[in-house]
Design a protein around this ligand. Structure first.
Ligand code: R5P
Length: 291
């Protein structure tokens, strides 16, 4: 028996399987039954190592269900293993990392307590929305980036003189890193989101640099697609050529994919932190490297 076990949550079974093959760990499967009232019943099959367990579970919708399942897996693993690491490829709630409006609860603070209380001694996430979220954890934290893998895919498209675009200033560093790895330039648009309604506006005026160039819109995540749609509509008006979207986490809520395609996007490229049609880039090697 390996000294390491990978406990696969249902939301990240694919990554967990690939990871256990890569690092030669025991694979522990979870059978999940979600009752009509929303409660999850989890049954594990496979040997849990006494030494170290790694639980793998993304927290995408249904967010609270996947969260309680992650915490339950950690708690069970801690009954047997002396060390438990939580790999949360997509960290739900990461955008609730500070009090934007008075009275708002900073849910990442709550998560920090819950993960520790359940028994994790370290948490590994991929391209978390902002590093501020991890400051609320008192256990060890590690954020790893899927950008090298996304760039590897984009290189295969053999685009001529592409330009990397961030839909907002918050994503500037990400776009810079992406562009550097791709060997090209980048620009960040100015986006404004209404804190109450969530509505997005692009404030950038004219942008001559994008005309007649293929563009890659780079973001950490797509949720409703609002940011990408607004950015694409603006960029199309500036007479660019094709627009590709590369992001780590594609939630694609409420027909977001259809809306994005309608806005003129040629292809959405995302990683398998959230499984789906666009999730063509595998992050298991990226995770394996930091375990
Ligand atoms: C915001 O700052 C994030 O980086 C994403 O741009 C945003 O969360 C995407 O959300 P949506 O797809 O709903 O616009």
């Amino acid at each position: 028996m390996s000294k390491l076990s990978i406990i696969a949550g249902k939301s990240s079974e694919d990554i967990a399987r690939k990871l256990s093959r890569r690092i030669k760990a025991n694979f522990v499967e979870s059978q999940i039954r979600v009752f009509e009232d929303g409660e999850s019943k989890i049954t594990l099959s496979g040997k849990i190592s006494k030494k170290k367990s790694i639980i793998v579970q993304s927290i995408y919708p249904p967010v609270d269900t996947n969260l309680i399942q992650a915490l339950s897996l950690i708690s069970k693993a801690k009954e047997i293993s002396s060390e438990v690491i939580a790999v949360i490829p997509y960290m739900g709630y990461a955008r609730q990392d500070r009090e934007f409006l008075p009275g708002e609860i900073v849910t990442m603070k709550v998560l920090g307590k819950l993960f520790k209380g359940a028994g994790a001694s370290k948490i590994i996430v991929i391209d978390i929305h902002s590093m501020i979220g991890l400051k609320h954890f008192s256990i060890k934290t590690k954020n790893v980036s899927a950008i090298p893998e996304l760039v590897r895919y984009v290189k295969k498209l053999r685009l001529k003189n592409p330009l990397v675009i961030s839909p907002d200033h918050g994503g500037k560093e990400r776009a810079k890193e992406f562009a550097k790895k791709l060997g090209t330039e980048y620009i960040a648009l100015e986006k404004k989101r209404d804190k109450k309604t969530g509505k997005v506006q692009i404030k950038t005026k004219n942008l001559n640099e994008v005309a007649n160039r293929d563009l890659i819109l780079v973001d950490d995540m797509i949720s409703t697609g609002g940011s990408i749609v607004k950015a694409a509509q603006f960029l199309k008006k500036q007479k660019c050529k094709k627009i590709y979207v590369a992001c780590t986490h594609a939630l694609l809520i409420n027909n977001a994919e259809i809306k994005i395609k309608k806005a003129g996007i040629t292809e959405i490229i995302s990683s398998n932190t959230i499984p789906g049609k666009t999730s063509i880039v595998d992050v298991s090697e990226t995770i394996a490297k930091v375990i």
